[in-house]
Design a protein around this ligand. Sequence first.
Ligand code: FRU
Length: 497
Amino acid sequence: ADETHKEKFRPQYHFTPKEMWMNDPNGMVYFEGEYHLFYQHYPDSVVWGPMHWGHAVSKDLVHWEHLPIALYPDSLGYIFSGSAVIDWNNTSGFGSKDNPPMVAIFTHRHLNGKPRGFESQSVAFSVDKGRSWTKYKNNPVLVDENSLGFRDPKVFWHTNTQKWIMILSAEDKVRLFSSANLIDWNPESSFGENIGAHGGVWECPDLFELPVEGTQESKWVMLVSIGNGGPNGGSATQYFIGDFDGTHFTPVNEDINWLDYGKDNYAGVTWSDLPDNSRRVFLGWMSNWQYANVVPTHPWRSAMTIPRDLYLKCTEDTYRLVSSPVPELIDLRNNVEVVSSQVISTNLDLNLKNNQLCQSEYIFEFENATDNETLKADSIIVEWSNVEGERLEVGYLLKKNVVFINRTVSGLTDFSNEFPVKQTAPYSSDRSLKLHVFMDWSSTEVFVNDGEVVMTSLFFPDKPYEDVRIYSKGGEITLKEAKIWELNSVWNEDKRL
Ligand code: FRU
C-alpha cells in the first residue's frame, strides 16, 4: 500500500506535493478531461530554492495524480510562476490545429548579470497532454531589464479583440501586454500605482470576466497578491472589480477588497480553458511568506486550498467576489451527523470521532441574531480542542461585527512570532449566520454566509483535536441546524489512523 501522505499534519483531501517544498499554484489549465496543476517546487529540500514546475493531474479537481516535474531551471534561471493555455488555433505554431499545443508562459528568474538578478518571460509547450515539455528556442520572449519585479504572467484569450492578453506583476503595479502568437508581446497599459493595498510587492495577478449574479451584466475581476501588508499580516490577495476593453482595466471604485481574510491563502489564480466557460475555479497556496519555510511538516511543505468557484455579487451598489467550495468535494462526504435546532445556553458538545472531527466538513446555521430580542449573546464560538488544552476557535462577534479565527493556543506555534495570532474579518450579518468550515488535520477554511467572507488558516496541534463544542458568551444563541460530514482521504483508500 502507498504509505505516503499519512504523516502527522498531512492534509487528506487537499493537494500536497508527495515530498519537499511547494509554493504557488502555476499553469492551471484543463485539457481533454484533465485538470492540470503545476506548482512552484524545489525537489531537493523542504525550503524554498531553485524553482521548478511540479505537476499533477486530476479528473475531478479533488483526486490528484502526481506526475514528473514539468520544467527544470536552466541557463536562463529559475522557473518562477506563470500560467498555461491551450492554443486552440495554433497561433504559436508549436502544434497543429488537430493537436493544439498546451503552452506554458512563465518567468525566468536570472541570478547572474545584474546585482539582484532580473526577470523575463519565457514559453514552453507540450503536444502530449502536458507529459513532456519543450522550451522555446528563442527564450526569453519578453524582457525588461529595468525592473527587478517583472513576473508571474497570466495569459488568456480576449475574444473581443482576438488577441492573447498577458497580465503580470511589476513591483508596485501590474502591466498588460498583448500578442497574436504568444511569442511577440506588445505593451498595452499598466494599473495599480495609485490604487489598492501596497504593503508589499505585487505578485501573481489574474484577470477574468464574471457575470454579476442575478443580472445581465458582467464585470472584470483582477486578483493581485501582495507579499506583505495583508489584513492580518504578511501575504494576502486583494482584488479589483472593473471593466476591461482589451487594453485598459478601469476599476469601478477605489475600494480595497480581500479575497480571503485568513493568513494562509496566497498567490492563488484560476483555471484556464474550463469546459464550462461560465465557471471560474480558484486555487491558492495555503501558507504565508512570514513562516512558509518553517512550518513543522515533514517530508513535504505546504498544501493548496480546496478549489473554489468564484462568483460576483452586487449588493447595495458594491460588488463582492464570493468564494464557494467546488461541488466536486461533495463526493468525499460520508457519515453525516445532524444536530437539530436548539438553544445553546452554555455549551454544546458535538461528541465526534477523530476523523469526523479533523478530516471533515461542518455547516453551522445560527438564527438571525439582530432581529430577535431574546438573543443577547456577544459572541458565538466553535472550539476544537485536545486534552493538552490546545484549541482552535472560529467565531463571530455579534456586536462588533467581526468574524475571527483564533489560533494563539492551537498547538505548535513557536516556529514564528507571526503565527500565534487572532485573525479577524469585518462582517455584519443582518440575516442568519452560516459558518461552513473545512477541517483537514492542520488547516481550516471558513466560508461565512455562502462565501461572502472567507478565512483560511493553518494550525498544528501537538495531538489531533479530539473534542469540538459550540458555546456563546454574554447570552444564549440559537443553533438552527448543524451538519457534519467525515470526508474521505483522496490519497489512500484506507482511513488515516
Ligand atoms: C509568489 C512568488 C512569485 C514568484 C514565486 C517564486 O509567492 O514570490 O512572485 O514567481 O513566488 O517562487
